[in-house]
Design a protein around this ligand. Structure first.
Ligand SMILES: NC(=O)c1ccc[n+]([C@@H]2O[C@H](COP(=O)([O-])OP(=O)(O)OC[C@H]3O[C@@H](n4cnc5c(N)ncnc54)[C@H](OP(=O)(O)O)[C@@H]3O)[C@@H](O)[C@H]2O)c1
Length: 233
């Protein structure tokens, strides 16, 4: 049996739409145990109706809300133990705008979700993973975590932060564990439509992406620790 076929316990943030939703469906189809979160109760309920409740539990959690993340993690750790794979996927992008036209609250909100939210999730799950000296953490970065464009400076700042945070974390982990920043590629989701407009339609959809990304995610091992990865095209 290939190593990617072993059932894993997988935690994913940001599963109500886009890449998160597509990953949940593929992980469930492959028989893994999945715990997911997002803010939209309506979209979570729609997804929950399409996946088996016994192996996929979706919870309304805002990753920017540290106590809510801690309670969610405690419940998962109690039920299923530390995750084998922790995917920090939840993020938002700013509406296309020059940096000096971004409202203070808008900038802070983006950082609260994209950077602080990732920290909250790591802080809540990683001590239990370290106790077991096992597990892979994938923090979703972007092409804009390694290059930049005008009009998306807050988003770029948050993804460059994810790259730095993840690579520093990788140096702290014990042997046998792994943390990587991941550029998923360019995929036609609501986020891409926000910044690319109609141009987003020239890119693959989330389901096609997940067919490539899910086996790739399951193949990430301690040998990759600290490496900035990109989902193969
Ligand atoms: N699409 C691309 O081409 C692309 C390229 C590079 C990187 N990425 C990265 O890939 C990841 C997924 O992007 P996507 O394109 O799938 O975006 P998306 O379609 O906008 O979906 C984002 C997901 O994150 C959730 N989310 C946002 N804020 C949250 C919060 N505070 N707490 C919990 N969940 C939250 C959203 O659900 P709710 O609104 O219900 O909370 C949604 O389920 C992101 O990290 C993004 O930066 C995407």
């Amino acid at each position: 049996m290939p190593s990617t076929a072993r059932p894993r316990t997988i935690v994913v943030t940001g599963v109500s739409k886009g890449l998160g939703q597509a990953m949940v469906q593929k992980f469930c189809e492959a028989g893994h145990q999945v715990f997911g979160c997002a803010r939209s109760a309506t979209l979570l309920a729609q997804l929950q109706s399409r996946v088996p409740a016994a192996t996929c539990q979706l919870t309304q959690v805002d990753v920017a809300d540290q106590p809510a993340v801690a309670a969610w993690a405690a419940s998962i750790l109690q039920q299923a133990g530390p995750p084998d794979l922790l995917l920090n996927n939840a993020a938002i992008i700013n509406p296309n705008r020059n940096l000096w036209d971004i409202a203070d609250a808008e900038f802070r909100r983006l950082m609260d979700i994209n950077v602080n939210g990732t920290f909250h999730v790591i802080r809540a799950f990683l001590p239990a993973m370290i106790q077991r000296r096992k597990g892979v953490i994938v923090n979703f970065s972007s092409g804009w975590g390694r290059s930049v464009s005008a009009q998306v400076a807050p988003y770029c700042a948050s993804k460059w932060a994810i790259e730095g945070l993840t690579q520093a974390l990788a140096e702290e982990l014990p042997d046998g564990m792994c943390a990587v920043p991941l550029n998923p590629g360019v995929i036609n989701t609501e986020m891409l439509r926000s910044c690319f407009g109609h141009g987003a339609t020239y890119y693959p959809d989330a389901d096609e992406w997940a067919s490539r990304a899910v086996p790739f995610l399951l193949s990430i091992s301690p040998d990759h620790n600290g490496m900035p990865l990109t989902v193969p095209g």
